[in-house]
Design a binder for this molecule. Sequence first.
Ligand SMILES: [Zn+2]
Length: 126
Amino acid sequence: MPAEESTGAPGHALCHRCGAALPDGARYCPACGARSRALPPAPPPPETNGKAKASLALGVAGFVAFPVVCSVLAIVLGQAAREEMARRPHETGAGLATAGILLGILGLIVGLIGAFVLTLLYLQSA
Ligand SMILES: [Zn+2]
């Protein structure tokens, strides 16, 4: 795995022992002498895609609050979130979006079965 050098990354790598900035390509830390199998510089904190979070929340809401409507929204938003994240690689939340979509599908199925059962009960009681 030749991934030890952080080529192309902005800023300098930091020493994993003392945190000093390492010159480009340095094999040893000039401050403490530790081998620079360095931690690459900390990337900017990844942002979680907002639609992915909303999708998951709606997926859950499809079970506890408003079935079908929220479930459909969860699927739509989850799909939109995945498309957004494909264009914005720094954003995370793919797992959230997938969970939102799956919960949405599940909630939709449960909601439709529930509606079907309720309809049957209604027809029987009529
Ligand atoms: Zn060091």
